[in-house]
Ligand binder design. Structure first.
Ligand code: NAD
Length: 254
């Protein structure tokens, strides 16, 4: 068990990649808090954990608000007596090219996907620096590396996550804190279903369309991203920091 007795916080843990990672951390012996803006998804995640005979702490909050971000960290530390791992995973996607995007939607996307990583990390690092270090894994995307004409703000946010990750890795290496990011290709989650809906196609049609864009021939599963997150958060990755690691079925290999 790679995370026996460790304290782990997963933001956006109520669904998709975050939920898969939270369950994987639990199976590896961790005590896990999930933070999510949606109470319903928090309850669903707690039920999913219970179905495996596990308990998960749910903290409701919005990562783009500093008071909420601080509370996510504080409640985890209080519940577990320690915080070893943060998976900054909460994210949203609103698709639009620049000329059609409202300033409000721009702020929302950057607020959750980039500022949220900054705010949760800020409070987690303050704790980790004085308590023996830790590991932070941020969620980038293939759009940390390549653009998408219809998702300008999303690409800007995920590009930002890649360099925020490097900056934090440099700042906190001497404090025993490693900071890395994962860059998933398309993964079948709620966000994926929402994209299909935006395009007016069924999930099955979109799965086929999206799968064809990945050399491996299919989209990813949340558990496949969770596997990488756990590796980067574990001692197996003790010499890895400041990296953005793709798990994208070859999407960016072209
Ligand atoms: P999802 O919609 O299934 O899950 C995201 C979770 O984040 C939801 O439970 C949602 O309620 C929560 N959330 C949203 N805004 C929040 C906020 N302000 N504060 C706290 N929680 C909030 O999506 P997913 O596909 O699992 O996405 C997880 C991460 O992976 C995101 O950062 C996303 O950008 C990234 N990602 C997804 C894909 C994909 O194809 N699904 C690809 C690359 C990267």
């Amino acid at each position: 068990m790679r995370f026996s007795r460790k304290g782990v916080l997963v933001t956006g843990g109520g669904s998709g990649i975050g939920l898969a990672a939270a369950l994987a951390f639990l199976r590896e012996g961790a005590r896990v808090a999930i933070a999510d803006v949606s109470a319903a998804r928090g309850r669903e995640a707690q039920a999913a954990a219970r179905a495996e005979g596990q308990e998960v702490l749910f903290v409701r909050g919005d990562v783009s608000r500093e008071a909420d971000a601080k509370r996510m960290v504080d409640r985890s530390v209080r519940a577990f007596g320690r915080l070893d791992v943060v998976f900054n995973n909460a994210g949203i996607l609103i698709e639009a090219p620049v000329h059609e995007m409202s300033a409000e939607d721009w702020d929302r996307i950057l607020g959750v996907n980039l500022k949220g990583v900054f705010l949760v990390s800020k409070h987690a690092v303050r704790y980790m620096m004085h308590h023996g270090g830790g590991a932070i894994v941020n969620t980038g995307s293939v759009n940390s590396l390549v653009g998408d004409a219809d998702a300008a703000a999303y690409c800007a946010s995920k590009g930002g996550v890649a360099l925020l990750t490097k900056s934090m890795a440099l700042a906190y290496a001497k404090h025993g804190i490693r900071v890395n990011a994962v860059a998933p290709g398309w993964v079948e989650t709620r966000m994926f279903a929402q994209e299909a809906k935006t395009r007016g196609v069924s999930v099955a049609t979109y799965r086929k369309h999206a799968g064809a864009q990945h050399p491996i021939g299919r989209v990813g599963r949340p558990e496949e991203i969770a596997n990488l997150v756990l590796f980067l958060a574990s001692e197996d990755a003790a010499y890895i920091t400041g990296d953005l690691v793709v798990a994208d079925g070859g999407y960016t290999a072209r």
